[in-house]
Design a protein around this ligand. Structure first.
Ligand SMILES: Cc1ncc(COP(=O)(O)O)c(C=O)c1O
Length: 358
C-alpha cells in the first residue's frame, strides 16, 4: 500500500461538511483561563437539574450485576406506570439523542426533506444530516408557535414543546393541526414536559404518525447516565426495536431509571423549586421571554457572544444562542439553577448586558 493513499475519501461525502461538536470549556479550564476558583464557577448552560437525582438512585446502583448484559424490561415496565402506555408503545435509548438518531435511521435516507421550525434544539439538524437527509429550517411564527401545515414533500418534522431555547410550549391545537396536515412522521420532543406540568402524550393514541420523545436527563436529574425513551404507535415501536441495539443502554442507567421512576416525589419537589426560581428570575429579567422549561431565553442589548463572554469572565457559564439557526445574535439561554447561583447570574447579567458606548 502506498504511503500516500488517501483513506479520507472513504468517508461518506454528505458527512464531509459536518462540524465537530464541542462541549465548551469545563470548570477547570474556565478557572485556569480567568483566574477564578472552581467553587465560584456556576454552570447554567446545559439545562441540568441542579439538585441531582433522587438519593434512591445511588442506592440502586450498588445492586447492579456488572457481568451480565443489561435487561431493559424492568425499566419499560416502570415507564408504563409513569406514562400510562403499554410496553408495546415504549422504547428506550441512551438519552433522547439516541432515540432521535434511531428514529431518523428508520425513516430517512439520502435527499429526504425534514422540517425543523427554528430556533430549536440543534441536534435534530445533525441527526438528519447523518442520514444524508436535508433539514428545512422554517422560521417560527408569533409567540414561537409553528406553521399549522407541513408542506408537500416533507418526510419528517420535529416539534419541541417546551421548545429549547425559546421556552414556549406548543398548544394542543397547534400540534394537532400539524400532525393532521401531513402523511409524514412527526417527532414531538417533550424533554422539558415535567417543568411545564403538561404534556401531549395522549395524542399518540390518536395519531399513527406521531412519536413523543422524553428523557430522564432533565427533571429526573440523570443527564450523566444517558437515559431517554419514546412513546410511539405500536408499528413504529416495532420498527424501532428492529433497528436499535438490544444492549444499547447500560445496566447502571436502567437501574437508575427504575429507581428514579419509583421516587416521583423527589422529581416533583425538584420541579417545584425550579419552577418557583424560574418565575422569580423572569420577574427580575425584563428581557426574558416566558418559559415553561427549566431555562430562560433572554434578549441581550449587546451581541450575545459579548455578553456571554463577559459572564464567563465572572465564572458564570450560560449558552450563547447565536449558534442556534434562526435565533439571531442577541439571545442567550440561562438554565434555572439553585437560588444563590441564579442571584449571581442576575447580578452579573446587569453589568454584562450594558452596552458600552464607543
Ligand atoms: C429539547 C431537547 N431534546 C433532547 C435533549 C437531549 O436529551 P438527552 O440528554 O436525553 O439526550 C435535549 C438536551 O439538552 C434537549 O434540550
Amino acid at each position: 500500500m502506498s504511503d500516500k493513499a488517501d483513506f479520507t475519501k472513504n468517508v461518506l461525502p454528505y458527512l464531509a461538511q459536518l462540524e465537530e461538536d464541542e462541549a465548551g470549556p469545563d470548570a477547570a479550564e474556565i478557572s485556569r483561563r480567568y483566574g477564578i476558583s472552581q467553587e465560584r464557577i456556576v454552570m447554567l448552560s446545559r439545562n441540568e437539574n441542579p439538585y441531582g437525582a433522587s438519593p434512591r438512585v445511588r442506592a440502586a446502583l450498588t445492586d447492579v450485576s456488572l457481568h451480565r448484559y443489561p435487561d431493559s424490561r424492568p425499566f419499560l415496565k416502570a415507564l408504563s406506570g409513569y406514562t400510562s402506555y403499554p410496553e408495546e408503545c415504549l422504547v428506550a435509548g441512551a438519552g433522547m439523542d439516541e432515540i432521535i438518531t434511531t428514529i431518523c435511521r428508520i425513516f430517512l435516507g439520502a435527499g429526504d426533506k425534514v422540517l425543523i421550525p427554528v430556533p430549536t434544539y440543534n441536534f435534530y439538524g445533525l441527526a438528519v444530516e447523518l442520514c444524508g437527509a436535508v433539514p428545512h429550517y422554517q422560521p417560527r411564527l408569533a409567540g414561537f408557535s409553528v406553521d399549522r401545515k407541513i408542506p408537500e414533500g416533507i418526510k419528517m418534522a420535529f416539534l419541541c414543546s417546551p421548545n429549547n431555547p425559546t421556552g414556549n410550549a406548543l398548544s394542543e391545537e397547534n400540534v394537532r393541526a400539524v400532525v393532521e396536515s401531513t402523511e409524514s412522521i412527526v417527532f414531538l420532543d417533550e424533554a422539558y414536559a415535567e417543568f411545564a406540568g403538561k404534556s401531549l402524550l395522549k395524542l399518540v393514541r390518536e395519531y399513527d404518525n406521531l412519536v413523543v420523545g422524553r428523557t430522564l436527563s432533565k427533571a429526573f436529574g440523570l443527564a450523566g447516565l444517558r437515559l431517554g425513551y419514546a412513546v410511539a404507535p405500536p408499528w413504529i415501536a416495532r420498527q424501532y426495536r428492529r433497528v436499535a441495539p438490544l444492549f444499547g443502554i447500560s445496566s447502571l442507567s436502567l437501574a437508575a431509571g427504575v429507581a428514579a421512576l419509583q421516587d416521583l416525589g423527589w422529581m416533583r419537589e425538584c420541579v417545584g423549586k425550579i419552577v418557583a426560581e424560574r418565575e422569580r428570575m423572569r420577574q427580575s429579567l425584563a428581557s426574558a421571554h416566558p418559559s415553561e422549561g427549566n431555562f430562560l431565553y433572554v434578549h441581550t442589548e449587546e451581541k450575545s457572544e459579548v455578553v456571554v463572554e463577559r459572564l464567563l469572565c465572572q465564572g458564570i457559564v450560560v449558552r450563547d444562542c447565536s449558534s442556534f439557526p434562526g435565533s439571531g445574535e442577541h439571545c442567550l439561554r440561562v438554565t434555572v439553577g439553585r437560588s444563590e447561583d441564579n442571584d449571581r447570574f442576575m447580578e452579573e447579567f446587569k453589568n454584562a448586558n450594558t452596552k458600552l458606548s464607543s
